[in-house]
Design a protein around this ligand. Structure first.
Ligand code: HEC
Ligand code: HEC
Ligand code: HEC
Ligand code: HEC
Length: 351
């Protein structure tokens, strides 16, 4: 081989190696990586954790301090105040403690006036107060009616809001319209595929970027695997399968777990080989659907335009809204146990 060709070949090999190895090196995570056995022995259902990431996540998911419970003494809020529709049964002391708490959870910077007209606390003029009233009902409904998911741990406003006016992890409809290919490259197709997703959407994959609308708002069928070996029995398309996988990537990222947290990956569909967490997740999907359809979507006329998505819908709940990358929100510490007024539905009237 003459020198010119050899140099060219070596050069190509070098460029090729650089293309492969640079992303690989950048993609490496610093040790220590630990694998924790999750399923029965011998089935390789390990969960992979990076110690440094776990330490960061533990620090970011601590329960904040909050005011102690007060006894139900003194006059009731319904007697003292003018416009109390949900919390009327609390004593004035208990009511005030809750107001101070929701201020800390949702509007620590703006204070009471984030929801209230300071001239008249009974006034419903601010949209945030109307939303907050519905949020009280949503929280009560989750804690009372979805114990198959939230158990006795329950949720408070803090589970989602974490001191922010709007939770960090939300979503709005991003369903591509059939036939609309504007701005799409050659490889792209309408399901919103083939452009990078965020970690929470579909774990940086090129799967559909809105796995939420079909499953966490609408009730499309998630199951795509054929249950029998014969051809002609499996009617799921590749497109449907892509959506299912996008949802599964979202659920894994939202909880900071691998697929093996819920599935034995040799038989994804088989419930008898799945973990109990998969059942909890099944209820979670239904709970989130109800939160979005029953509470978030109907608030569309209340929210101002700048809070809505490009398709005019309200921002909604997904698995990450509560979980924030952790298998149990706030590592399973219950704040709700100290807020019994958020545990039971006290009024189901819509605003
Ligand atoms: C995140 C929104 C929000 C924040 C912040 C907030 N409130 Fe409220 N407040 C509400 C809602 C919603 C109601 C109505 C509750 C109901 O209908 O049961 C209410 C009702 C009240 C009422 C009853 C008024 C009446 O006559 O009907 C008082 C008093 C009150 N809040 C005081 C406060 C104080 C004091 C703070 C600050 C420490 C505060 N609130 C912060 C949402 C909020
Ligand atoms: C399951 C998650 C979840 C829980 C629990 C929750 N919220 Fe929210 N909240 C949301 C989402 C999602 C939005 C965003 C809607 C939007 O911006 O379109 C929101 C928006 C709001 C807003 C409007 C903020 C703004 O600036 O537009 C207020 C006020 C609010 N929540 C108060 C509360 C209160 C008070 C509680 C507890 C009683 C609570 N939330 C519990 C998910 C939650
Ligand atoms: C937190 C639990 C959880 C995690 C993590 C999870 N799944 Fe799932 N998966 C479920 C549940 C629940 C269903 C069934 C949903 C339903 O029927 O409504 C399901 C269904 C599926 C199905 C369809 C099975 C069928 O019947 O056709 C596939 C395929 C699947 N998951 C793959 C994956 C992959 C791949 C991952 C990792 C990227 C993953 N899952 C991570 C809970 C999970
Ligand atoms: C309203 C807040 C909220 C939302 C939204 C939510 N979860 Fe949860 N989830 C919880 C709470 C609270 C627990 C802890 C229950 C307990 O202590 O056993 C939990 C527990 C779980 C568990 C069991 C963990 C274990 O180790 O036992 C799984 C799995 C799970 N969630 C999956 C999901 C999936 C998947 C979604 C989205 C479809 C979702 N969750 C949405 C609040 C939420």
């Amino acid at each position: 081989m003459n020198y010119g060709i050899r140099a060219a070949v070596l050069g190509l090999v070098g460029i090729f190696a650089a293309f492969i190895s640079i992303p690989m090196i950048l993609g490496f995570q610093k040790p220590t990586i630990e694998t924790i056995q999750h399923g029965p022995r011998g089935v390789a259902m390990g969960l992979v954790y990076n110690d440094a990431d776990v330490a960061k996540s533990v620090a970011a998911n601590k329960v904040p301090g909050y005011l102690p419970q007060l006894p139900p003494v003194g006059p009731k809020a319904s007697v003292v105040y003018k416009n109390v529709q949900i919390l009327g049964n609390l004593s004035v002391g208990q009511f005030t403690r809750l107001m101070a708490s929701i201020t800390q959870w949702v509007a620590p910077v703006q204070g009471c006036n984030y929801c209230h007209n300071p001239e008249n606390l009974a006034d419903d003029g601010k949209y945030t107060k109307v939303v907050a009233r519905r949020m009280l009902q949503m929280t009560q409904n989750i804690n009372q009616n979805w114990t198959q998911h939230v158990a006795a741990t329950g949720v408070t406003c803090y589970t989602c809001h974490r001191g922010n006016n709007i939770p960090v992890n939300l979503w709005v409809n991003d369903t591509p319209k059939v036939g609309d290919n504007t701005g799409m490259g050659m490889a792209e197709m309408t399901p919103g595929k083939n452009h990078p997703t965020t970690v929470i959407q579909a774990a940086l994959s090129s799967l559909p970027s809105d796995p939420y609308t079909p499953y966490l708002e609408n009730a499309e069928n998630i199951r795509v695997q054929s249950s029998v070996a014969l051809p002609g029995t499996d009617n799921s398309s590749i497109k449907q399968t892509d959506w299912t996988y996008a949802l599964m990537m979202h659920m894994s990222s939202a909880l900071g777990v691998n697929c093996t947290y819920c599935h034995n990956s040799r038989a994804f569909a088989d419930w008898s080989q799945s973990t109990p967490q998969r059942v909890t997740a099944w209820y979670g999907i239904r709970m989130v659907r109800e939160a979005n359809n029953g509470y978030m979507d109907p608030l569309a006329p209340v929210f101002p335009a700048n809070r809505k998505g490009p398709q005019g819908d309200v921002a909604k709940v997904n698995c990450a809204t509560c979980h924030n990358g952790v298998y149990k929100p706030l590592y399973g510490v219950s704040m709700a146990k100290d807020f019994p007024e958020l545990q039971k539905v006290t009024s189901s009237a819509k605003p």
